[in-house]
Design a protein around this ligand. Structure first.
Ligand code: GRG
Length: 300
């Protein structure tokens, strides 16, 4: 798969996920209208949809039916968007720009932004219950996926990582073990879960799922290191958010702890190791291989 084909794969995946999201989130003509306006503002603001695309690619890689995985992929994106809306709040990261526009609380106010996050998180699970069983997915598998998604998003995953990140702010010291804990939970957990969920829905046997899990862990970490590097070297216009924020807020990042060059080397090493984990999969796993590279080569 060359770069052009990957771009097509990414845009087709994004379109498919957006179709599900657009049909599931009520229009602004429905009540409470302000709620749907605020949800749609952040959900359809131009996110890359990397997590749902990873989910679909993992399903493709093990020969599953991507149609069946689509509602789950969309649910993952809803959880990701909720986490961004909450992360931008003044009590968290206090950011003014996200996805190329003002953050949710800047437009709608803090209270509504909190509710947008709450609604996206809860609706992710109602979407799975309402749409997940429509295809060939058994109720037992739907429950297993809900457990995976809930545990990776909660205090043992995303939320726990965010807590550790909040606690680390302003601290004079940091070690690699603590930093990796933050990255593996705040960013890595949902990425790992996205890949695993795609594999589970695609019917991957345990051995395959273990390979996909290790792929997801490595790619998740590489993604975060690349994100830290983009904050140092990226273009504000392309990224749709303010850059240089980590330094301004004295955040602990991989490049700050290990140096920029070492961070680049580590991101590359992780991507190569992730691809190695899935080497026994056939050409159906090519998008997954290309996506691993895209994680660190992207410019936004
Ligand atoms: C508030 C519970 C809670 C968690 C927040 C997601 C998160 C945890 C923090 C976001 C801070 C941040 C910039 C983390 C780096 C990794 C990351 C999640 C980047 C944004 O993801 P992309 O690049 O964004 O996939 P798009 O907009 O393309 O979806």
């Amino acid at each position: 798969m060359d770069k052009e084909k990957l771009q097509t794969y990414l845009s087709e995946g994004k379109e498919a996920v957006d179709r599900v999201l657009k049909s599931y989130i009520p229009s602004v003509k429905c009540e409470p209208s302000l709620m749907y306006e605020a949800i749609r503002y952040s959900l359809f603001a131009g996110g890359k949809r990397l997590r749902p695309i990873l989910c679909l690619a993992a399903c493709d890689a093990v020969g599953g039916r991507r149609e069946a995985a689509l509602p789950f992929a969309a649910a993952i994106e809803m959880i990701h968007t909720y986490s961004l809306v909450h992360d931008d709040l003044p009590s968290m990261d206090n950011d003014a720009y996200r996805r190329g526009r003002l953050t949710n609380h800047k437009v709608f106010g803090e209270g509504i932004a909190i509710l947008v996050g709450d609604a996206l998180l809860t609706s992710a699970f109602t979407l799975i219950v309402e749409k997940g069983c429509l295809g060939s997915v058994s109720p037992k598998k739907v429950l297993a996926v809900m457990l995976e998604l809930g545990s990776s998003s909660g205090s043992a995953g995303l939320v726990g990582g965010q807590l550790a990140d909040l606690q680390s702010q302003g601290k004079k010291e940091m070690d690699m073990e603590k930093l990796l804990y933050i990255h593996q939970h705040k960013t890595g957990a949902l990425i790992r879960a996205s890949v695993r969920i795609g594999g589970m829905l695609g019917g991957a046997p345990q051995r395959r799922l273990a390979q996909l899990t290790r792929y997801g862990e490595k790619v998740g970490l590489a993604f975060q290191i690349a994100d830290d590097l983009l904050d140092l070297e990226g273009e504000e216009k392309e990224m749709g958010k303010s850059v240089g924020q980590d330094q301004a807020k004295e955040k602990w990042t991989y490049p700050r702890l290990a140096g920029r060059e070492q961070a680049k080397k580590e991101a590359r090493r992780l991507v190569d190791a992730a691809v190695e984990e899935i080497k026994t999969l056939g050409p159906e796993a090519d998008p997954l291989r290309q996506l691993a590279n895209y994680m660190i080569e992207r410019r936004k």
